[in-house]
Design a protein around this ligand. Structure first.
Ligand code: FAD
Length: 322
């Protein structure tokens, strides 16, 4: 019996989000050859992005294009997607573990009476089973889960599963009409993004993060210059946020964002367990700290004992494209 898999696509700042391609790849690993894989893309004026998504090996891209879907609002997104997938009757729905994915997934799980596995970092087939890996206890342990019966909902943590690749074929775009509920409980009037560098923190390949050791908002300047040279995003510890050196949108850790970049450069961060919870899965960790006993060095692949205000400008000089 063939099953139907759905991937819910997301766009941000006029671009298809990388995590959508990662969720797509995860669904491809989970499904069998005979199973269907379709994409559902809510948004507004997203035709060209839907055409881009259609190149990544889906059977079709169902586009919910409506002004009320321009910005995420559960009052419009959920009924739009629920109505559409009621017609498709999926056996599995994959989303990115983003703000939108985390909000939508449990609503869809309740609607479909489905089980949910969240924040998946790896996926593998073991015989007839599909095993989903996720981290526990602030990254101290990993667990593997599987569904015993469907339907199932999966959210995929950004930057962990490789993205799907273009297949050379173009799937059909299926426009789906949608009318928002007459009486909305809330309306999104505007979205103002807080800047954390030019690169999105949760999807960044390289992150330069500052802690209380940067000593002031001004102290982030050398880190910004290094981030510019590396095309990196800027993050921070809660210590730096609490001290008012930067915005809380930059906070990484247990109560901040969870990131898994290729390279994480921690500058003046002690390495408290709550900070490690948000970054210890990074592929390569580089720590700059003037205290050789700082706990961050226990998780670092490379450590530089020194004053960040001496070390960071030297690194920038080294990496700057002249
Ligand atoms: P500090 O611990 O003060 O460390 C500063 C470091 O900078 C020191 O190691 C020092 O040697 C070094 N340094 C100073 N000057 C220099 C210099 N010139 N050059 C190089 N190094 C220098 N924290 C988070 O980060 N994220 C969270 O999500 C989070 N959630 C929390 C949730 C709870 C419930 C609690 C209780 C705490 C949480 N915390 C979180 C706070 C956490 O416990 C730490 O207090 C915080 O991470 C410390 O930030 P820090 O490393 O920047 O500061």
């Amino acid at each position: 019996m063939s099953l139907t898999y759905i991937v819910i696509a997301e766009a941000r700042s006029g671009k298809l989000r990388q995590v959508t391609l990662e969720a797509l790849h995860a669904a491809k690993i989970a499904k069998n050859d005979a199973d269907r894989l379709v994409a559902v893309f809510p948004g507004h004026q997203i035709t060209s992005l839907a055409e881009e998504l259609a190149q990544y090996g889906v059977e079709s891209v169902h586009v919910l294009d409506h002004p009320s879907l321009e910005n995420y609002n559960p009052d419009t997104y959920f009924p739009a997607i629920a109505e559409l997938i009621d017609g498709i009757r999926p056996d599995a729905v994959f989303l990115g573990h983003t703000g939108i994915g985390r909000d939508l997934a449990p609503m869809l799980a309740a609607h479909l009476n489905a089980g949910q596995i969240s924040d998946v970092t790896a996926i593998e087939k073991s015989g007839a089973n599909v095993l989903f890996t996720r981290s526990l206890y602030a990254g101290k342990a990993l667990e593997q889960k599987r569904f015993v019966q469907g339907p199932s909902i999966v959210t995929v943590r950004p930057n962990n599963v490789p993205p799907a690749e273009k297949t050379g074929s173009l799937a059909p775009i299926v426009p789906v009409s949608y009318s928002p509920p007459a009486a909305l409980r809330s309306i999104v009037k505007d979205v103002v993004r807080k800047a954390s560098g030019k690169v999105d923190l949760t999807e960044a390949k390289i992150i330069v993060a500052g802690g209380r050791g940067v000593k002031s908002a001004e102290g982030f300047k050398p880190l910004e210059q290094l981030a510019e040279a590396l095309n990196a995003a800027i993050g921070a510890s809660r210590g730096a946020c609490d001290a008012g050196y930067c915005d809380y949108s930059m906070q990484i850790g247990q109560t901040g964002k969870v990131v898994t970049p290729e390279i994480y450069i921690a500058c003046g961060i002690s390495g408290a367990i709550q900070h490690l919870a948000g970054m210890s899965q990074s592929r390569i960790i580089i720590a700059i700290n003037k205290d050789p006993e700082a706990p961050i060095f226990q998780v670092a692949d490379y450590g530089i004992v020194g004053d960040l205000f001496d070390v960071v400008p030297l690194l920038t000089e080294e990496f700057k494209v002249t």
